[in-house]
Ligand binder design. Sequence first.
Ligand SMILES: [Mg+2]
Length: 121
Amino acid sequence: MGKRIMIVDDSRAQAFQVKGLLEDTDYEVAACCQTGEEALAEYSVIQPDLITMDIIMPGMDGLETAQAILEGHPEAKIVMISSLDYEDTRKEASDIGAKAFLNKPFTRDDLISTLDRVMNE
Ligand SMILES: [Mg+2]
């Protein structure tokens, strides 16, 4: 059975791109959330195998959202996806407990190999 992914991104275009890259793979997009608040509410309903999390979003940003989800669900597997490729941002994501950090722009291979690595950890 496919692994169920929750995409969290305020940009519909970016979410659509990730969804497109996951077509014909072992990953199935179970939900797309446009805000951190929505992701937090939906996580326990959707129970995804993995979350891809944008960082810059209005309201709760991706780091705050990841932290809040992990507080309630320490087993959550979260991959940050962002163009904020800074050492301190990566460190903060890692300290919060995100499993990986994917820098935009990325290829289909980058995405799949990152998701595979996190799923197989
Ligand atoms: Mg964004």
